[in-house]
Ligand binder design. Structure first.
Ligand SMILES: Cc1cc2nc3c(=O)[nH]c(=O)nc-3n(C[C@H](O)[C@H](O)[C@H](O)COP(=O)(O)OP(=O)(O)OC[C@H]3O[C@@H](n4cnc5c(N)ncnc54)[C@H](O)[C@@H]3O)c2cc1C
Length: 484
C-alpha cells in the first residue's frame, strides 16, 4: 500500500491547478482521475472565458478568487504556453430597463476592484463590433479567453514534470479514516494519504459521503452550446454578453469568440436530474439561434457545425435567493479532508487562486518547504500552423514527419500527432490527441484524420488498434476485424 502526503481526487482544472501549485513544495502527491485523460468532465465543456469579476457578489469567494485568478492568468499562461487573448467584453443593454442593470453591474465590478469599466454608447460599440445590435453597453477590458482543456493539460503535465503522480482511469471507490491517515480504495489498489483534496467536481458529494454525512446537495445544471464554423470568426472580436438573468443564476446566453477562431453561442441553463446527462437538444438549439440572432442579426443557421453541453456543479437549489458561493473548507468531522464544493463558474478563472488557497489551508497543518528547482516553464505542444515558413522548413529538414499533414482542416502534422501521443500522462484516446494537437477538431470533425491517427498509433506506438477508444473504454472505435 503506497503512502502519499497529498491525494487529489479529480483531474479537472481545479485538481490540476492544485497539483501544480503544491508541486512547488517538497511533497509526495498523487492525483486520481477516473477519466482516460485530465479535463474529461466540466473543465473541457465550458465557455473558456477568463472572467473579470463583475458578476460575483462583493465579498464572496467567487469574487475574490475570480479577480485574483484573472490577475494570475497573465503570468500563468506565459509559463505554460497556453493561448490566451485579452479580448475584453461588452455587456449589452437592449432597452432602458436593461441600461439600469448595466449601472448596477458596473457598481458591483468597482466594489470587486475590477479595473477599466466604462458605460458606452452604441456608436462606440459598433465602431469595434459593427455586427452587434444594442442600445448601449458596459465595456469590461479585463475579460479574456483561453483554451480550458489545454490549460488543464498543461497544468497537469507540468505537475508531472515536478514530481506529481497522475493515475488515469482510476476511480476512488471508498475512503476510510484511520488515526492519522486516510485509506483510499480505488480500482487500481489501495493508497494511504495524510490529506485528501476533494476536487471531484459534480462527484464531490460522493467523496464526502464516503467519510461523513454531507450537509449539502448537488443540483446539476446543464448549459448547451452551438459552435460556429471558423469562416464566421469575423462576426465578433470581443465577448458579447447579455444582462445576467439572476433568477436563473447564470450569465445569460452569450456570444464568445474562442482562441481557435470558432464562435460559441450559449450556454443555456437547465436544472437536470443526472450529472452525466450531457445531451444537446433541438429545442435549445433553436433558442440559442433565436437569441443570438437578436444580438447579431446576420448569423446564419448554416454557420453551426457542432453542439455540446457542460454541467454546472451547483450546490444551491434553483429557488435559493442567497449568495451561491464556492465552499472551500477543511472538514471539521475529518480534518485533512479538504473539500472544494460547488465550483461552478467562474471556477476556470478562479482555479489558480483556489490552488493558492488550498496551499494556505495545508500550510496551517504541516510545514511546507519550497523547492528551489521548480520547473515553471512548459511548452510541449508547438503548433506547426503557428510557425513561420522559415521555421517550418527547418523542422521538416530535421524530421520529415513535420511535413506530413494528418489533419487537413487544422493543418496538423504527423510530428504533432506523435508528440501528442507521447504525453507525460500516458493518455492514448483519440480525444487526448485531439485536445493536445487539434487533429480532428476542424470542419470534418475527424472524417479525414482518424484513419491516419489510428495507423500512427499502431505503427509508431505498437498499440493494438482494435482497442483504440474515442474517449474512454466505453467508446471503442472498432468492434473487431472484418478479415483475418
Ligand atoms: C456551461 C458552463 C460554462 C462555464 N463557463 C465558464 C467560463 O467561461 N469561465 C469560468 O471561469 N468558468 C466557467 N465554468 C465553470 C468551470 O468550467 C468549472 O468551474 C470548472 O471546470 C470546474 O472544474 P473542476 O476541476 O472542479 O471539475 P471537473 O472538471 O468536473 O473535474 C472533476 C474531475 O473529477 C473526476 N472524478 C470525479 N469523481 C471521481 C472519483 N470518484 N475518482 C476519480 N476521479 C473522479 C472527474 O472525472 C472529473 O474529471 C463553466 C461551467 C459550465 C458548466
Amino acid at each position: 500500500m503506497r503512502k502519499f502526503q497529498i491525494a487529489i481526487i479529480g483531474g479537472g482544472v481545479i485538481g490540476s491547478a492544485i497539483a501544480r501549485e503544491l508541486s512547488k513544495y517538497f511533497l509526495d502527491i498523487i492525483v486520481f482521475e477516473k477519466g482516460s485523460d485530465v479535463a474529461s468532465s466540466t473543465s473541457k465543456a465550458n465557455s473558456g472565458v477568463i472572467h473579470s469579476g463583475i458578476n460575483s457578489p462583493p465579498k464572496s469567494l467567487k469574487a475574490r478568487f475570480c479577480v485574483e485568478g484573472n490577475r494570475i492568468f497573465h503570468q500563468l499562461a506565459k509559463e505554460l504556453s497556453v493561448p490566451i487573448k485579452w479580448t475584453g467584453k461588452y455587456v449589452i443593454a437592449k432597452n432602458e430597463e436593461e441600461e439600469k442593470e448595466l449601472v448596477k453591474l458596473k457598481d458591483i465590478g468597482i466594489k470587486n476592484k475590477v479595473m477599466g469599466l466604462r458605460l458606452i454608447e452604441t456608436d462606440e460599440v459598433n465602431f469595434n463590433e459593427p455586427n452587434i445590435k444594442c442600445k448601449s453597453a458596459l465595456w469590461v477590458p479585463s475579460a479574456g479567453i483561453t483554451l480550458p482543456y489545454q490549460l488543464t493539460i498543461a497544468l497537469a503535465e507540468n505537475s508531472v514534470m515536478n514530481g506529481v503522480k497522475f493515475l488515469l482511469e482510476t476511480i476512488v471507490i471508498d475512503i476510510k479514516k484511520n488515526n492519522n491517515y486516510f485509506e483510499i480504495k480505488t480500482n487500481k489498489g489501495i493508497f494511504k494519504s495524510d490529506f485528501i483534496i476533494n476536487a471531484a467536481g459534480l462527484n464531490c458529494i460522493d467523496i464526502v459521503k464516503m467519510l461523513e454525512e454531507p450537509d449539502f446537495r448537488v443540483y446539476p445544471c446543464r448549459g448547451e452550446y452551438l459552435v460556429l464554423d471558423k469562416k464566421y470568426a469575423f462576426l465578433i472580436k470581443s465577448l458579447i454578453y447579455q444582462i445576467p438573468q439572476e433568477k436563473f443564476g447564470f450569465l445569460g446566453v452569450h456570444i464568445t469568440p474562442t482562441v481557435d477562431g470558432n464562435i460559441l453561442l450559449g450556454p443555456t441553463s437547465e436544472y437536470i436530474a443526472e450529472i452525466n446527462d450531457t445531451r444537446t437538444t433541438k429545442q435549445k438549439i433553436n433558442i440559442l439561434l433565436k437569441e443570438a440572432k437578436e444580438i447579431i442579426p446576420i448569423i446564419k443557421d448554416k454557420a453551426v457545425i457542432n453542439a455540446y453541453s457542460g454541467i454546472r456543479c451547483k450546490i444551491y437549489p434553483p429557488e435559493y435567493d442567497g449568495i451561491s458561493d464556492f465552499r472551500i473548507e477543511n472538514s471539521r468531522v475529518n480534518p485533512g479532508l479538504i473539500n472544494l464544493l460547488g465550483i461552478e463558474s467562474p471556477g476556470l478563472t478562479a482555479a489558480p487562486a483556489i490552488a493558492k488557497e488550498v496551499v494556505k489551508i495545508i500550510s496551517k497543518n504541516i510545514v511546507l518547504s519550497k523547492k528551489t528547482k521548480f520547473v515553471s516553464k512548459y511548452d510541449k505542444y508547438i503548433k506547426f500552423s503557428d510557425m513561420t515558413n522559415e521555421r517550418k522548413s527547418k523542422m521538416i529538414n530535421k524530421n520529415a514527419s513535420w511535413g506530413r499533414i494528418i489533419c487537413r482542416c487544422e493543418n496538423v502534422t504527423e510530428a504533432e500527432v506523435i508528440n501528442a501521443l507521447s504525453n507525460p500522462l500516458g493518455a492514448k484516446t483519440l480525444s487526448s490527441i485531439k485536445y493536445r494537437c487539434r487533429a480532428g477538431m476542424g470542419r470534418c470533425q475527424g472524417g479525414f484524420c482518424t484513419q491516419h491517427i489510428v495507423r500512427i498509433m499502431g505503427e509508431e506506438f505498437n498499440l493494438d488498434i482494435t482497442k483504440i477508444n474515442l474517449k474512454s473504454n466505453k467508446s471503442n472505435l472498432f468492434i473487431g476485424k472484418t478479415r483475418v
